[in-house]
Design a binder for this molecule. Structure first.
Ligand SMILES: [Zn+2]
Length: 367
């Protein structure tokens, strides 16, 4: 050994923590004595004091020493999961670009995974199987055909379904009602209604010629349809057209990935104050939350916290107007029109994806 000794291993690790070096992620973990939490080197949380920090080779070592995983950087979730999200999104784009449902083996080869593992991962991360994803996409075509086709059978064939049996098996799930009922309507204002299945449950998207007038979440098609009819009792529910198809696709894409589509045009009814609050909600970036007081302050009405909370609760467009990003001042979840459990799931997924997006961007892959 010659000259000055280089930095020790722990000094190098500490430097990585200080610079939040993503390339160090996975090589070690650091734990903070005062909080009892361990993190990845790149964790965005406030920097701890050096004397309270210790280093571990593995998450198991950190947990054996009594530390809990950080809720922000999720060191206990493997970064393979992050790569998998990028791969599954690649498969989604491929399915979208294909005329017919690509065979499972072809999709698996595309992303370099075994068919079984691909299928399992896709379902876990996207929320439906690759086949269901393709069916949901083609159902857009079915709706379009139903409006003009001579018969349901020809609509079915031109949309790529092979037998009536399969179409009818899928019809309720796809359309939220039987094909015949799908043609039926009410009276009054012109609204298109589309029901689809997403990772967060059943989603109903209602549109007018000007934009999305409602997005409702529920456990099944029946509940969301009952809900929309009670909201617009005098409406004429008409068939989808290319305008509504585009709006629905944008809403569904935004639910699948809040980082892709941020500006879906809205045609929602409300008071001027409600519009002010709903617009402010749309300014909260995905992966972040605000308190009611912060939201009230952001619209210049710091004394109107209660009225702001009431306007959030009256939000007619779930997810698209992200009222789920408002939490209590102490960070705990307050109520949610579509269930606190869904609110929790939406926020957890956004946090996870925000981490994914950061990592994908930092590697210069995709987007
Ligand atoms: Zn952390």
């Amino acid at each position: 050994m010659h000259g000055q000794p280089g930095p020790t291993e722990d000094e190098r690790r500490w430097n990585s923590v200080v610079s939040r070096d993503r390339s160090a992620d996975g090589r070690f973990f650091f734990a903070v004595q005062t909080t009892g939490v361990y993190c990845r080197p790149s964790c965005a949380s406030r920097l701890a004091r050096r004397e309270n920090v210790s280093f571990f080779e593995t998450t198991e070592d950190a947990e054996r020493a009594g530390y809990r995983p950080c809720k922000r950087c999720r060191p206990d979730q493997s970064s393979a999961n992050v790569d998998a999200v990028a791969l599954m999104l690649k498969a989604c784009r491929f399915i979208e670009a294909s005329e017919e449902t690509p065979p499972l083996a072809q999709l698996a080869t595309l992303v370099g995974l075994s068919p079984e593992y691909f299928q399992k991962t896709f379902r876990k991360l996207i929320g439906v199987s690759p086949k269901e994803y393709a069916i949901a996409l083609r159902s857009e075509k079915v709706r379009q055909e139903l409006a003009t086709a001579e018969s349901v059978t020809s609509a079915m064939y031109s949309a790529g379904f092979n037998s009536s049996g399969r179409f009818y098996d899928n019809a309720e799930k796809i359309l939220g009602m039987t094909p015949t009922a799908y043609r039926a309507g009410g009276r009054g204002m012109n609204i298109t209604v589309t029901v689809s299945t997403s990772w967060i449950g059943t989603v109903l998207v209602a549109t007018t010629a000007r934009g999305v007038c409602s997005v409702l979440l529920g456990d099944d098609a029946r509940s969301v349809l009952t809900d929309i009819r009670s909201r617009f009792p005098l409406a004429t529910f008409r068939d989808a057209d290319s305008n509504s198809e585009q709006l629905v696709s944008a809403v569904i894409a935004s639910i699948a990935d809040p980082f892709t589509h941020s500006t879906v045009p809205l045609d929602v009814q409300g008071t001027a104050f409600q519009h002010l609050v709903w617009n402010a909600l749309r300014q909260i970036p995905p992966g972040e939350t605000r308190s009611y007081a912060q939201l009230a302050a952001s619209i210049g009405r710091p004394a109107s916290t209660r009225a702001v909370a009431t306007a959030c609760a009256a939000n007619p467009a779930a997810v698209i107007v992200p009222c789920h990003r408002v939490v209590r001042a102490d960070g705990s979840l307050s109520g949610y029109r579509w269930g606190v459990e869904r609110k929790e799931q939406l926020l957890a997924r956004e946090r996870e994806q925000s981490e994914t997006v950061d990592q994908i961007r930092s590697r210069g892959v995709v987007r």
